[in-house]
Each structure stands twice: as structure tokens, then as C-alpha cells.
Design a binder for this molecule. Sequence first.
Ligand SMILES: [Zn+2]
Ligand SMILES: [Zn+2]
Length: 276
Amino acid sequence: MVYATRRFEFSAAHRYWRADWNEERNRHVFGKCANPYGHGHNYTLDVTIKGQVDPVTGMVMNMTDLKAIINTVLGEFDHRHLNEDTPYFQDQIPTTENIVRVLWRLIAPKLPAGVDLARLRLYEMNDLWAEYAGASEASFSRSYVFAAAHRLHAPDLSDEANREIYGKCNNPKGHGHNYTLDVTVRGPVDPETGMVIDLTEMDRLVRGILDQLDHRFLDQEIAWFATRTSTGENIVVYLWETLAPRFEGRLAHLALWETKKNVFEYAGTGAPQNVS
Ligand SMILES: [Zn+2]
Ligand SMILES: [Zn+2]
């Protein structure tokens, strides 16, 4: 089985609003997304298909055919108001989680025999996306940034060995990064809000931990790193161990970008999570 992914884009307006809730409750749960006339996004959709490689063409599916299918589906969404101009959001909020599930329902049956939809990932913004693989649960991800100094230095090794292993990162006074943490939660989509997790609540849970690291020197100021080298590997494990209890089983995956060139991923010690 080979997986192939193609990226698509569309632009659309939407509004989060439940007619059976009063203004105050809509505002409380949906914030600015409840503004009366709606607002819009440039959505990015990553479509992943899976299948056997055709021995003649060498392809799982001709990408031209896939493009034709997806563009037909997205034709109903592109440059439209999702609540007003499509039939799909009369009884559900056009959240990223709900839009990606509607797209799944529309795309999956249109694929040719022998080709299956493996995964859809829909970005509402660069730092906010939902993923769906046809199961009862969806995943929701958001990126957070914090800035911190650190020094790579293993106390069990000699100064010379530290300089050899860590190079510039062993600089005695430290250096720093803008770290980006991609936090993925997984669970059922709440039928009332259309969300896997309340975004405000997620922000509060994550920022509560990241604010302890932000604009700090990790090795000096965070006790956990007094005995552990502040590598990306150790930081992502630290973040998992501090965040997971707060999410009560819903935390699915963490990806810690130290720079744009290197990322460290961790999903706890349980079964590997199929998130990307
Ligand atoms: Zn929006
Ligand atoms: Zn560094």
C-alpha cells in the first residue's frame, strides 16, 4: 500500500452561531467567530489517498483525475459563504473539524475502485488544522510559540566531550530559540460546538505550561532540566509529561520545532498514534 498526498486550496466565509443559544452563550463559546456577517479564511486541504501501485502507470491514481474530483467537490466551497451558500452547515457549525468531515463524505465515494481515502488534513490557518481519517474521532491541532534560552551540556560527560558532542550548542552562556509546539488532541467531535476541544480551554491548558518556559533559561530556571540536557528530545518529553494530565487522555501528539529545520515528536509511551 502506497500513500500519496496532494494539496488543494480554497477560500470561504463562515460563521459560528447556534440559533438555539442566546447571544451571550454564542459569544462566550465562539468569541469573534460569532460576528454576525461572518469572516473568511484561505483553507488548505491535504488529501491523502492509498492504494496499490498500478504496474503499468506506476501510480496509485492519476493525479490529474484526483485533481478533477477534488476541484469538483471544492467548487461548492470556494469563494462561498459556508453557512449561507452550501447545504452542509444548516445543522452543524462550520468548524474545521466539521468541514473536514463533510469533505470526507463528499470525496471518499468519488474515488475509483482500488483507491481509498486515507486522510484529510484541513488548515484554517497555518497554526490551526483538523485531521480526519474516517473514524468516529477527529484530531485538532494548533501551534504555539515560546522563546527560551538553553545550553546543551551533559553533566556526566567531561567539558571536552561536551564540546565535541554539542559543538556551538555547548556555549557556556547559552543561546536561544523560538520554539514552535504543535499540539494535537483527538476525540469525538462535540455535536453542539463542532469541536474536538474548546479552543479557549486548549489555549489556557497549553499556555499555562508554555508561559512557565517562555523567555526563560531552561537549564537554569526549570528544575526538570537541572539533571537533564535541554535537547529537543528532552523538552518534548517534558512538555508531554506536563501537558498530558491536563488533557485527560485527549492529548494525541506533540511536535516541537526547535528551528524550521528540526522537529522532535512524541506521543507518550502508549501505542503509536496515527496522526500524520
Ligand atoms: Zn473562522
Ligand atoms: Zn539550541
